[in-house]
Design a protein around this ligand. Structure first.
Ligand code: ADP
Ligand code: MG
Length: 347
């Protein structure tokens, strides 16, 4: 009788999700170099070099997955690809210095189109005073891929990790939340309307803030400088790429704490609130679960609160608790709801 050999096990990527996949692929990579202070698991890796540390991070953007050229101008795309990486350096409380940019493009793209992409990259380099120092270029069968690596610096004592927050620490976010998510919803809707009827003109009146939040985000290097001037090093920090709920969970999990944030304290722009009402979605849901705001979420010890009280654009949203108390959102009625991570899933 012919005994069938068992099929090799096949696990779908979707079963693990993005973070599960990263964990699975990167386990059993012990760090051999004493200078590799921190490897995988934070917003950027930390390499020690005579007192100073180098911060390293990389992110890739794929056409059709991360951007749609129907409404994403190439110059904005180049700008955003750089800024999102600089944001990861800022999330370590570091200052970005250099970038490497790699692209893969199909023959659908002309030289002039790629020059537009680089116009945006140049603008970001100039806005953030970072230098483009290398990269790689290759062809792709379909579509555009852009991958940016950013390099930053900070002294060891001032680096802020995702771990490091303690129960009792105060939680802050910079800027406003949910705008980028509403911006992309608006652009998606206009694209659908255009596909149904190409003669209509987009109705983007009065929506410049949210569209800007999505197409031209900023990295909060200004906050890193202010905190430094105030003499405050956050006990933990992360940038908001996936959405507040999801990123707060990353910070709490890495720190081994719980947290409680107050619904009434979450900063949402007026324009975003109005647009959420128009789309019949809950603005709070956009603030908690909309991704790509690239603001910073950080924790500080309560003794440092006074030092940052006059810094512009910082919003106190709650505090860290013991891990056993979980992570929750306190509604305006005082009711506590456990937070769920519903951030962006690419798989
Ligand atoms: P962020 O959203 O801050 O860019 P990610 O969620 O992309 O962070 O990545 C989390 C961590 O996993 C980072 O330390 C990153 O460098 C690491 N990482 C992600 N993908 C890979 C990979 N394919 N191989 C090795 N490390 C990875
Ligand atoms: Mg990050």
């Amino acid at each position: 009788m012919n005994q069938e050999s068992p099929l090799p096990k096949r696990t779908e990527i979707a079963e693990l999700g993005e973070f599960g996949l990263i964990r699975r692929l990167t386990e059993n990579f012990p760090l051999a170099q004493p200078s590799s202070l921190v490897g995988i698991g934070d917003d950027a890796a930390v390499i020690a070099q005579d007192g100073q540390c180098t911060l390293l991070t990389t992110d890739m953007m794929l056409e059709g997955i991360h951007f749609d050229l129907a409404y994403f101008p190439l110059a904005h795309l180049g700008y955003k690809a750089v800024v999102t990486n600089l944001s990861d350096i800022c999330a370590m409380n570091g200052m970005p210095g250099q970038i490497l940019v790699s692209i893969a493009a199909s023959n659908r793209f002309s030289v002039e189109a790629l020059e537009l992409l680089y116009q945006g990259i140049r603008q970001a380099c100039s806005d953030y005073r970072v230098d483009l120092v290398g990269g790689d270029t290759c062809s792709s069968l379909r579509g555009l891929v852009i991958s940016v690596t950013a390099i930053g610096r900070q002294v060891k004592e001032k680096i802020a990790y995702r771990h490091g927050a303690r129960p009792g620490d105060l939680l802050y976010v910079t800027g406003n939340l949910g705008g980028a998510y509403l911006g992309v919803q608006l652009l998606e809707r206009e694209k659908q309307l255009f596909l149904e009827n190409p003669t209509i003109q987009p109705d983007l009146e009065g929506q410049s803030q949210v569209i800007g939040r999505f197409l031209k985000p900023r990295a909060r290097n200004d906050v890193v400088l202010w905190l430094d001037k105030a003499g405050v090093v956050p006990t933990a920090m992360i940038d908001l790429s996936d959405g507040l709920s999801s990123d707060l969970m990353h910070l709490c999990k890495a720190s081994g704490t719980g947290a409680e944030i107050q619904e009434a304290l979450l900063p949402i722009e007026e324009e975003a609130k109005l647009l959420a009402l128009k789309f019949q979605v809950d603005p709070m849901n956009c603030a908690l679960n909309g991704g790509e705001d690239y603001e910073l979420l950080f924790a500080i010890s309560p003794e440092d609160a006074q030092r940052i009280q006059f810094l512009p654009g910082l919003h106190y949203i709650g505090s860290c608790l013991e891990a056993s108390e979980g992570i929750s959102l306190v509604g305006s009625s005082g009711r506590r709801h456990p937070l769920k991570a519903q951030g962006w899933q690419h798989f």
